[in-house]
Ligand binder design. Structure first.
Ligand code: DAH
Length: 367
């Protein structure tokens, strides 16, 4: 066996000489500095600081060196590895910060960007208006009643004391369906809902009935073959015209503001006796001079025609199965479209029906 070779000085021999170790370290530091992202740095860590990296292999070799050489080489390799690990940690911190900043920048939400490019729809003003009207009565404990648009002639006319030869039938220009012997019409008013209600329930009755009605009218700024009415019906013991007046004054104020009262003008409807036309005090000039003289809303009248009303004709009560000796009632009917035209200053009835979203959205998303 040969003895140790004293001539051999491993400290000076490659690959663990100072120059080589420095070169390994410098290579590693250069690679670390060049790592431009976290993935690249991960790769550099394996290549230059892993077990199989030049410095990792050098470290492993230390154990095989003669004891005299171990300390110096150990210190040299250890320092180089320390420097490399430190540089990796520093670069890692730098890249982490960069990545975080990039993420913050990329994920920033610009709250000043327009958000309403997708147009939002609005409920139709007739829908919201009808609900608003119904709510006024529901708040007083009334119920909402509805009926079909295609109605039996008997309910639209006869039950309401408008017999076949009644002259007032022609006041309501009627759409008849074919064949005529079926006696089916498009309802000309919401009053048949009165008859339907009395036929199906017992008094006390307090109902409000908003809905569509049809007449063979011209289509112009104030007429349409399809429009909307709201009907009211009360049948109870001891009902008089006074309660009708009070209910309509309340309705008028709920729609047009405090102090808006109604006045009754004598009129005729077959289903009510006595009957009246209801006017609203003009909500612009309030019937007060000098404004009234030049008021464009009421045309100087001080009053605006609103609808019809009256005490339910006992013949109607009887036709609909209500004991007319025990009960009395009142009823009224108004145009919803007309009411909303006043309320919102709408000049042309056709605006409701032409589907221009600029009109409906002007009412906002009122619910
Ligand atoms: N139905 C009537 C019309 O369409 C309106 C009306 C008048 C309804 C008087 C009523 C009423 O309930 O009492 O012209």
């Amino acid at each position: 066996m040969s003895g140790p070779n004293n001539e051999y000085d491993p400290v000076q021999v490659t690959p663990l000489g100072a120059a080589e170790v420095e070169a390994m370290r410098d290579d590693a530091l250069a690679a670390i500095a060049a790592a431009s992202d976290l993935d690249a740095l991960k790769h550099v860590r394996t290549e230059h600081a892993g077990d199989r990296s030049p410095l990792g292999l050098a470290n492993r070799e230390i154990g095989a060196l003669p004891p005299a050489a171990r300390k110096e080489v150990g210190a040299r390799v250890g320092q180089a590895r320390g420097a490399v690990n430190q540089a990796i940690a520093a670069r890692q911190a730098e890249l982490d910060t960069e990545a975080e900043e990039r993420m913050l920048a990329e994920e920033t939400v610009d709250v000043t960007l327009p958000w309403d490019r997708t147009p939002r729809g609005a409920r139709h003003p007739i829908t919201t208006g009808s609900e608003r009207i119904a709510d006024v009565f529901v708040a007083m404990g009334w119920e909402v009643a509805e009926g079909p648009l295609v109605e039996a002639e008997w309910l639209n006319f006869d039950a309401l004391n408008l017999g076949p030869n009644h002259p007032a039938r022609t006041m309501q220009d009627t759409f008849w369906t074919e064949p005529a012997e079926n006696a089916i019409v498009l309802r000309t008013h919401t009053s048949p809902v009165q008859a339907r209600t009395m036929l199906t329930r017992e008094p006390p009755i307090y109902v409000v009935c908003p809905g569509r009605v049809f007449r063979t009218d011209e289509y112009d700024a104030t007429h349409s073959p399809m429009f909307h009415q709201v009907e009211g019906l009360v049948v109870d013991e001891g009902i008089t015209m006074a309660q009708l007046k009070g209910s309509l004054d309340h309705f008028a104020q709920a729609m047009f503001g405090e102090g808006i009262v109604t006045r009754f003008r004598p009129s005729y409807f077959p289903f009510t006796e006595p009957s009246a036309e209801v006017d609203l005090v003009c909500f612009v000039c309030r019937g007060q001079q000098p404004t009234m003289a030049s008021c464009r809303t009421c045309r100087g009248e001080g009053w605006i025609e609103w609808g019809g009303c009256g005490v339910v004709n006992p013949r109607v009560l009887t036709a609909c199965g209500v004991d007319a000796s025990k009960y009395t009632g009142f009823a009224f009917g108004m145009g919803i479209d007309r009411t909303l035209m006043f309320r919102h200053g709408i000049a042309d009835l056709r605006s409701f029906f032409e589907g221009d979203v600029r009109f409906t959205t002007a009412f906002g998303s009122e619910i």
